[in-house]
Design a protein around this ligand. Structure first.
Ligand code: ADP
Ligand code: ZN
Length: 729
């Protein structure tokens, strides 16, 4: 069916990317435009991007309605994506323009091909060097092989486009035609996959049957690490591609992409489209267009790939669906897992949520029969789940400022002697979490946040993990000014690396922590070479827990299994359980069986016991019972409201006013708690307080929240962010 068409001069409503709370009326440009068309419209003195959202509202003075400038050269936004955008905006209480920005994050979107010029460093020196010119050249030098359009280059350098044009005239910058969008190589779903084991084959059959039946449906694909979930969902991808539909695979970490792309290439004979922050702007532009024209069959990427303009999306896989990085914590607050389900339900696609340790939300949805559930019970082939044991740290003889127990040390030694790899896991970046003055007891904190500064010897600086602020390690204590008394307290991976070097002087040790690599690419190649045996001992943070294959690894030592059990976070138990199981899953993936040792001061803690016993089902049930009792997600509804300001009084005043004027919430039976200092009470100099809103499961919370929050005006420095389904509560 052809989309609705508006002839030239007809009144149209346009949703723009500008922060306005409604659509604006325009007249259809020369040649007319269809519903969903990307258009450029005048807004005051500016030209802005928008999408034709429907017939004009007629709310504006007809004589003043201006014509849109032009229709951009891109396939119109489909009804399905417009509906998704609206529903996602309503669900997350995000203004629609902000959602539209997520959908149009294709650099240069709308430039006609003839205008898609790119700029590179030229040979000549500029006749006269100015600051602005120097900045342009510096940007071009920095980006290496990447290419930028005029707008991007000018913006990156903080200059007007005329500065760039001037440099072009002098030959210091070269202007080139942008390469034409080349299509992606064809992925062949007809190629044979691996011969599947019995339970894998049964799972693949179920997923295929779902795709053949058509329509929306979600399946939780559960199985320990190494059970072959990826092989199974690749069969679903094959079915989807064979139907001529597009598929999307979401991964929680860019670092995981490389290994996955290789697997896709082995399975389908070519590499798919990639979409994440590490992809060049030129490439993103190409992916956005190809996806929109239906010429990219498979996209592999980060959560923002959910907002691409698919033509006929048939399948979304969310790998490691429990991963917390699927929750966007900046800007638009959304959980990619939930948005994947929403988008699929609108466009009639299937969803596969894959995990060794599903989120309690997904587990509960499967229990309730809303999701289908496939369990892969054994590890693929000969490899078995590692045996797990606790090392009771109370019984270990360990000097101060040492973290590897004698028992763990012996076990590592045994692996080294057999030529196998061992991993020491500690989820703490940097050298030491605390720097304390031994003279006065002062702890060095961030000037802008309510957080301690973490020493990073590798960077030779103190770093705030909250805001990223860094400063050199001072000689003297900033409080008492005594010199030479600052001491590192507690372990970080860098320090653990030092200890390991002393304990195992002959071993090759690799410390893997995200801050030690300048690019995802560098990290990726390091991980690959380690997997092939370039190190004997791997020391790592959370980063190593996620999905990498280390075939030679047979022992994982968890330095502090209790870390994460403390704190008021109700999800702490769930997180610890998931993380420990994931880490343990790294060991013994090949033929050799593995062992995981958990150093703990409280081995009798129910979570530690559940981890050791592998009693997943029991753990989930106990955790579910507690959540149900407390009426918290997934058995109740919750939202967080974060207020922030540079002025602490102002922020508490607003918080208190909001807590008092809660009539719109009470009307639907919702309760408000707080204001209380937010989990991170100060970030970048802004004080933060949080109100929590709780309601029963069936309550339509968003409209009530919108009405409640709408009663207050944000003056001065005040900001408000509403977080539906917060990660911590
Ligand atoms: P998961 O995604 O559950 O962690 P993978 O799909 O990555 O598991 O499988 C683990 C390892 O076993 C991979 O190296 C994979 O190639 C291999 N594997 C899984 N299933 C098969 C199969 N049917 N035939 C051969 N190798 C397989
Ligand atoms: Zn800070």
């Amino acid at each position: 069916m052809a989309a609705e068409f508006y002839p030239e001069g007809a009144l149209i409503a346009v949703l723009t990317t500008q922060p306005l709370d409604r659509t604006l009326d325009y007249r259809a440009p020369e040649g007319g435009c269809s519903l969903g068309a990307y258009v450029e419209v005048p807004l005051g003195p500016r030209k802005v991007l928008g999408v034709v959202w429907g017939p004009g509202s007629g709310d504006f003075d007809i004589s003043k309605v201006r014509p849109a400038f032009r229709v951009l050269e891109a396939a119109p936004m489909r009804d399905e994506l417009r509906t998704f955008l609206e529903k996602a905006a309503d669900y997350t209480l995000t203004p629609r323009p902000a959602m539209l920005r997520l959908c149009t994050r294709a650099p240069g979107l709308g430039d006609p091909p003839s205008m898609r010029k790119i700029y590179r460093l030229g040979e000549a020196e500029p006749e006269r060097m100015t600051d602005a010119r120097a900045r342009v050249l510096e940007v071009l030098r920095d980006i290496g092989g990447l290419s930028l359009t005029l707008g991007e280059l000018a913006e990156a350098a903080g200059v007007t486009p005329s500065v760039v044009k001037g440099l072009v005239k002098q030959g210091a910058v070269r202007e080139e035609e942008s390469p034409r969008d080349t299509a992606f190589p064809h992925l062949d779903p007809g190629l044979a996959g691996k011969a599947l084991a019995h339970d894998q084959a049964a799972g693949a059959d179920r997923l295929r049957a779902g795709l053949r039946a058509g329509g929306y449906g979600t399946t939780l694909l559960r199985g320990v690490t190494g059970s072959g979930k990826t092989e199974v969902y690749l069969e679903a991808v094959a079915e989807c591609l064979a139907q001529g539909r597009q598929a999307l695979v979401l991964l929680p970490e860019i670092a995981l992409t490389a290994e996955f792309l290789t697997r896709v290439e082995a399975r389908f004979g070519a590499r798919p489209a990639e979409w994440h922050s590490g992809v060049t702007m030129t490439e993103r532009r190409r992916v956005w267009r190809m996806v929109g024209e239906g010429r990219a069959q498979l996209v592999v990427g980060a959560r923002s790939a959910l907002f691409l303009p698919y033509q006929r999306l048939g399948l979304i896989v969310v790998d490691e669906e429990h991963d917390t990085s699927y929750k966007q914590e900046d800007g638009v607050l959304y959980n990619a897992r939930d948005m994947a389900v929403l988008r699929a339900s609108i466009c009639g696609a299937r969803v596969v949520l894959a995990s060794a340790t599903p989120s309690l939300e997904s587990w509960a949805n499967a229990e309730a029969g809303k999701y289908d559930r496939i369990d892969l019970t054994s590890r693929f082939g000969a490899s078995v789940m590692p045996t797990m044991r606790a090392i009771d740290m109370r019984a270990e003889d360990l000097p101060a400022s040492r973290w590897v127990s004698p028992t763990l040390r012996r076990e590592v030694m045994a692996r080294l002697e057999r030529g196998e790899q061992a991993m020491l896991f500690l989820n703490r970046r940097g050298y030491a979490p605390v720097t304390i003055c031994r003279a006065c007891g002062h702890q060095i904190g961030c000037d802008h946040c309510d957080a301690r500064m973490v020493e990073h010897r590798f960077l030779k600086r103190l770093v705030c993990h909250q805001c990223g602020e860094t400063k050199p390690l001072p000689e003297a204590c900033p409080a008492c000014e005594v010199e030479g008394k600052l001491a590192a307290v507690g372990p970080g991976v860098e320090r653990l690396g030092e200890e390991a070097a002393e304990l195992f002087p002959d071993a090759r040790i690799a410390v893997l922590s995200s801050d030690m690599y300048t690019s995802a690419r560098a990290l990726k190649s390091e991980i690959e070479s380690i997997a092939q045996g370039a190190a004997d001992i791997i020391i790592g943070t959370q980063l190593v827990a996620k999905g990498h294959n280390f075939p030679l690894l047979t022992l994982v030592g968890v330095i502090d299994a209790d870390l994460g059990l403390q704190g008021s976070d109700l999800r702490a138990a769930e997180r610890t359980f998931q993380l420990m199981r994931q880490v343990a899953g790294r060991a013994g993936r090949a033929e050799t069986s593995g062992e995981a040792l958990l150093q703990s001061y409280q081995p009798e803690h129910p979570v530690i016991r559940a981890i050791l016993g592998g009693e997943e089902e029991a753990f989930w049930r106990a955790e579910a019972a507690e959540r149900r009792q407390a009426g918290v997600p997934p058995y109740g509804r919750m939202a967080g409201v974060i207020l922030s300001s540079t002025d602490v009084q102002e922020v508490f005043d607003l918080g208190n006013a909001m807590a008092r004027q809660d009539a719109p919430l009470r009307r639907v039976g919702a309760q408000v708690f707080g204001p209380a200092p937010a989990p991170i009470a100060r970030v970048r100099g802004r004080h933060r307080v949080r109100l929590l809103v709780k309601a029963d499961k069936g309550v339509a919370l968003q409209p009530a929240l919108a009405e409640w929050a709408g009663q207050f005006r944000l003056r001065g420095q005040l900001r408000m962010a509403i977080d539906i389904d917060p990660q911590s509560f």
